[in-house]
Design a protein around this ligand. Sequence first.
Ligand code: PXP
Length: 238
Amino acid sequence: MATLGVNIDHVATIRQARRTVEPDPVWAAALAELGGADAITVHLREDRRHIQDRDLEVLRRTVQVKLNLEAAIAPEMIEIACRVRPDQVTLVPERREEITTEGGLDVAGHRAGTATAIKRLRDAGIAVSLFIDAEPRQIELAAELGAAAVELHTGRYADATDDKIRDQRLVDLATGGRLVRDHGLALAAGHGLTYRNVVPVARIERMGELNIGHSIVARAVLVGFSQAVREMKALIGG
Ligand code: PXP
């Protein structure tokens, strides 16, 4: 049974559309917890397009389940993380021009920066997860650099329109997942997961946490936040 991390970035996206105070992602986090969320995830982006520094600080004081901060390996972000002390930091790639995170972190291509970020976070007592593609080289490096967990990028699985290609990408995720576990790391997955495509990913052997944002917030607009979280929880735990 996989656990559910609810990404509440897009509650802040709605607020920032008007640069006002509502809806407050802090309210959404509380409702997500009431709906059964096992973790609350936020991405503090360099351009502050949705989550703001204040959100992270208030969430640190109010979230009672695991608080997972997604952040780039940039020194500014690592410094904020070390000060606010979320339970976990998931290191992600970040490009200003992207609509959302487009792929996994290229650990091999950013080895020194990733190693420095992991060390600083670990020294501060914060568990580190790396958001990477299900590629053996990236997974092996994650283990070598001392990450505690890997979140496999499910975007390519979610984007596949052809059944055969989708099935192949699921196999790649399962194979990558096995390698993550065999290295003794916790296994998570996320990006692009929806109420329609989540079940096969939740059933991957030894899957730990699924991080889901857009689809839950989209449903929450219509059915309410706790209800949307409850429905997703029932799917991944079934
Ligand atoms: N996991 C990571 C590392 C992400 O960057 C995101 C998007 O912020 C998600 C999961 C959630 O993706 P989605 O909003 O498509 O569910």
